[in-house]
Ligand binder design. Sequence first.
Ligand code: NAD
Length: 506
Amino acid sequence: MTRNFPMLIDGKPVESGQVLEIFDPQNEELVATASRGGEEHIDAAVDAAKRSFASGEWSRATPAERAAVLRKTAEKVGEQLDELVELEIMANGATIRQATGFHIGYVAPHLEYFADLAERYEFEKAAPRATFPTLGQSTVRREPIGVVGAIAPWNFPLLLGMWKIGPALAAGNSVVVKPDEKTPLSTLEFARIAEECGLPPGVLNVVPGVGVEAGARLAAHPDVGKIGFTGSTGVGREIMRLAADTVKKVTLELGGKSPSIVLDDADLDVAVDGVLYGCFLYSGQICESGTRLLVPESLHDEFVERLVERARTIKLGDTRDWETDLGPVISARQKERILGYLASGAEEGARLVLGGGTPRGEEFERGHWIEPTIFTDVSNDMRIAREEIFGPVLSVIKYRTESEAIEIANDTTYGLASSIWSGDNDRALSLANSIEAGSVWINDAHQINCQVPFGGYKQSGLGRELGPDALDEYTETKNVHLDLSGRRDRRPYDVLLSHADDAEER
Ligand code: NAD
């Protein structure tokens, strides 16, 4: 008997009578079910969020009170790390090493960061006293928006949910989360933990459901003031359309096709490991994965040889084995999609130098497995260089001059991240100025740090998550002006009202 996870609405477990089946991607076994929410459950969750917001219990709590609940939740997440890791990897196929260190391991520190932010955020700031047009004092307030919707993807379900839940709660909003239909478990458990730690009922509601039903309703709901979304660029566009009718605020974290640029002065050992880490971590199922490798012609053959040799040491296998480097991809559909890209690479003339299909062996007969794959002789107009594959596929592109490398790097509709590998910091820092991407990592990859903003240029997104301004995205700005002149004949009024009589009297 598999365990069923109910929705969480208004602090209560809610069953819908319909379930989402959760399968382990490494062996396709049914591991759990979650109640499937439809439009009516989103409506109920939004109502609960609205009521909780209006009650003021959370929205008007002091930042220090909110921070205390978030910190307690972070502590409890730390205590329940192993359980949350298991809930995450049984659904999204991450390895235990990766989920412990990254997917779930990052959740508590990120939440603590948002708690700290709540305490030091300037919710109220006095503007300089105005003497023009009349004497007055303005105070600029940041107020919670009200009900915030969060729509999260399957790759880092809880962490990417947290990037929205954390700042939204820190600012005093109430939240409805719509996790991906394949991976709702860790978020449901998290919400339960948060309530146990003092979050009032209705402030955080979780409704697992299908995107076009539950997700679309949340994005369009008239009582939702803001949507934080992470997912594909195509669905991001749809979210904008759905939000447009009620002019909702949106933050979008979308896809990528990030370049990893090796300069001719790079330390090759560092660069080889860095490029592999940048591309193949979690089978390339990360929005900012460095999937296009740009190598100078002069280094190309040696670099590719070392890359392939090192990539052969990556061990695929049981996600719960601490020795395993790489697990499966998320679903049969995604596996077929990736295989389609592998065929297109070959058809368009790229040369396959590693992988290219499913690994052999009894342990790979079930589940969704793809070998780490490297194509060389890739030109930037091939589909494998232009489209986000979301699989373990590296496209190697040669360049001759640094300006050509910049041109290729920026010749993409995306702009999420980039790596530069160089032995000369000044040179790399100067090159970073020319890269059109929200993050540029020098001699590093996947450097997600909650203290700095993350997001995309171009079609990789809108707005930023994380960093010191994360709460800006989850607050409204209000200017409150107080007149200090006390005069009936104050300056702007005379545009409409004459005070000639007063003058005569005087
Ligand atoms: P997806 O866009 O298919 O789904 C994301 C979420 O949107 C899911 O919860 C889904 O149910 C929901 N959804 C789908 N259709 C919807 C609709 N019409 N209305 C409302 N909601 C809808 O993306 P995915 O396959 O889950 O995730 C992979 C994508 O996410 C990749 O493109 C990846 O680059 C991107 N991603 C971006 C970031 C980032 O921070 N920029 C991080 C991780 C993943």
